[in-house]
Ligand binder design. Structure first.
Ligand SMILES: Cc1cc2nc3c(=O)[nH]c(=O)nc-3n(C[C@H](O)[C@H](O)[C@H](O)COP(=O)(O)O)c2cc1C
Length: 533
């Protein structure tokens, strides 16, 4: 089939090399290799030297605040200065990061400038997030079809991540809510049950992968708003404070209150030397506690709070389902306790569990917790409590992608008959050999406490074999204890190795196996992935 163009002209705009690498790999495609000249920085591309026989291929990132990379700035200026570009045919692949407010800002601007001057896009512009590899594969396949004259295929290729964020969240209806914990004999289930939540994200254009996080913008509880309004003596507060952060109160707000009230205890608490006491006080406290403790009605007004309080902050949850799906799963723990005669609920968890309206959400990429690129690399997944969420997400993503790795899961919780989250699913994965081993550590099942570090020691030989064959280790759970416990337990496995003498079939240097350096060495190799909260 004849090509649609005589020349494929490839230009890139790149600051840290991603777009440049894609541009060079594109040039090697055998289909157009002979019709492609040198790959250019966009700044070095001259529009006047291109004609109707050419197809211009642009691969570029955005930087700064949606601006061009330095090696593409002049190209944008040149396009903007051109009178007309009729007859110029182009395709444009934009790399960006939805974490930035101006997602793919430069490539969107460039696309608009080219179109305004009459240039013709043969494939709609691509807006790719940090995980651009899949989009690039699809786009290159589409470009090959276009190159061979199948213009319709190109016109239909829509590869665009919609950038949702705090100011532009997606309203996701709740599809399912299910309690994952079973009733416990001591009646603790109402306090600490874990729940599965499924959100409907059809039509959102939202892109994520297992390991990524979902940010939830919850509404403040009516009871809390009413109580604050009552304290202020201003009913307007119920509506006005709806989108303000009432739980995570910054020290700046406390300083403002101290400035207004002159409260001696608060001023004392704000001293640098009292920072630990202040942190302890703030833990679990909301703005109503602070007002009740350090101010009297009449000293603080609604306008003050509106000025001082930040907008409500999103709460992040690990996604427990694979990407490229119509729905998105979470595994959350209900937080409910009584403090100073008031019922306290976790703001976003309560909202997720009770809201009758769609939940405002957006995704954020978490590349450090994605599956390793090496599809052969074994995995050791270690999670406690709802820390299982991203791990079940990784397992499900492997299933969805048909990846067969050696995987071992170590799961820690309190009681097997109450807290064995995803028990059936995990046992089914084990039965199907998708999970090579399922190790549990239920701390309250026996007479003495048994935690994941004890399970790691007990199953040391099996885990060591996985580490020696290049396993990546994923750890998710408690920030205060888990890393130390897991690192210590894995290091300890190699103390016994050293005492037994070196093994010869290992991917680690013998020097890396000394207890103190094993963990940092695995970290340096990019084999430790942690999500601690
Ligand atoms: C300092 C900095 C600023 C960035 N600004 C933006 C931005 O405004 N919009 C966007 O979509 N991506 C932004 N990004 C993300 C990059 O576009 C993205 O990482 C891309 O893959 C980099 O490609 P490159 O290596 O070819 O430059 C930024 C990245 C960094 C490090």
């Amino acid at each position: 089939m004849p090509a649609i163009a005589r020349r494929l002209v490839i230009g890139f705009g790149s600051e840290s090399g991603n777009a440049q690498a894609l541009a060079y790999s594109l040039a090697c495609n055998p289909l157009w290799k002979d019709a492609t000249g040198p790959v250019h920085e966009l700044n070095a591309l001259s529009l006047s030297q291109m004609d109707k026989e050419d197809l211009l291929v642009i691969v570029s990132s955005s930087f700064g605040d949606g601006e061009p990379p330095a090696n593409a700035e002049q190209f944008l200026a040149r396009v903007q200065q051109s009178d007309a570009l009729h007859g110029l045919r182009y395709v444009l692949f934009g790399l960006g990061d939805t974490g930035y407010p101006n997602f793919c800002g430069f490539t969107k601007q460039l696309d608009a400038a080219l179109q305004e001057r009459g240039a013709q896009a043969l494939i709609p512009r691509v807006d790719a997030d940090t995980d651009y590899a899949d989009f690039f594969t699809q786009w290159q396949a589409g470009l090959m079809q276009v190159w061979q004259g199948q213009l319709e295929a190109g016109a239909q290729l829509m590869l665009r991540v919609t950038a949702y964020g705090e100011d532009n969240a997606f309203a996701a209806p709740v599809l399912e809510r299910k309690c994952l914990s079973l009733p416990a004999p001591d009646g603790c289930e109402s306090e600490c049950a874990a729940h599965h939540i499924r959100l409907d994200v059809r039509g959102s254009g939202m892109a994520w992968r297992a390991g990524d996080t979902l940010h939830v913008l919850a509404k403040n509880e009516p009871q809390l708003l009413a109580a604050i309004a009552c304290w202020l003596g201003d009913a307007e507060a119920i509506h006005a404070l709806q989108t303000k952060e009432l739980r995570l109160i910054s020290k700046t707000v406390l300083r403002e209150i101290a400035g207004k009230t002159g409260h001696v205890t608060l001023k004392e608490l704000l001293k640098f030397s009292k920072r630990k006491e202040l942190d302890a006080y703030l833990f679990g406290a909301d703005i109503l506690d602070i007002l009740e403790d350090f101010a009297t009605p009449g000293q603080i007004h609604l306008d003050d709070l509106l000025q001082w309080l930040s907008p409500r902050l999103p709460r992040a949850y690990s996604i427990a389902s694979p990407g490229a799906s119509d729905y998105l799963d979470l595994c959350i723990r209900e937080i409910r306790h009584s403090h100073r005669d008031r019922q306290r609920n976790g703001m976003a968890t309560h909202w997720l569990l009770n809201a009758t309206e769609p939940i405002q959400v957006y995704c954020r990429s978490n590349p450090g917790f994605h599956l390793p690129q090496d599809v052969q690399a074994p995995l050791i997944l270690i999670g406690t409590g709802t820390g299982i969420a991203p791990l079940i997400g990784l397992l499900r993503e492997m299933q969805a992608k048909g990846q067969h790795r050696r995987v071992c899961l170590v799961f820690g919780e309190k009681r097997s008959n109450h807290d064995f989250l995803y028990r059936e699913e995990l046992q089914a994965l084990q039965a199907s050999a998708a999970l090579e081993c399922l190790i549990t550590a239920f701390s309250r099942d026996g007479d003495s406490k048994y935690y994941v570090q004890h399970a790691i020691a007990e199953h040391g030989e099996q885990l060591r074999a996985l580490v020696d064959s290049g396993a990546h280790i994923y750890v998710c759970g408690n920030k205060t204890h888990l890393e130390k416990a897991v690192a210590g337990a894995l290091n300890a496995l190699y103390v016994s190795v050293l005492s037994q003498g070196p093994s010869d079939q290992t991917v680690l240097d013998e020097t890396d196996k000394t207890p103190a350096v094993l963990w940092p060495s695995l970290q340096a190799q990019g084999r430790i992935h942690q999500e601690l909260y």
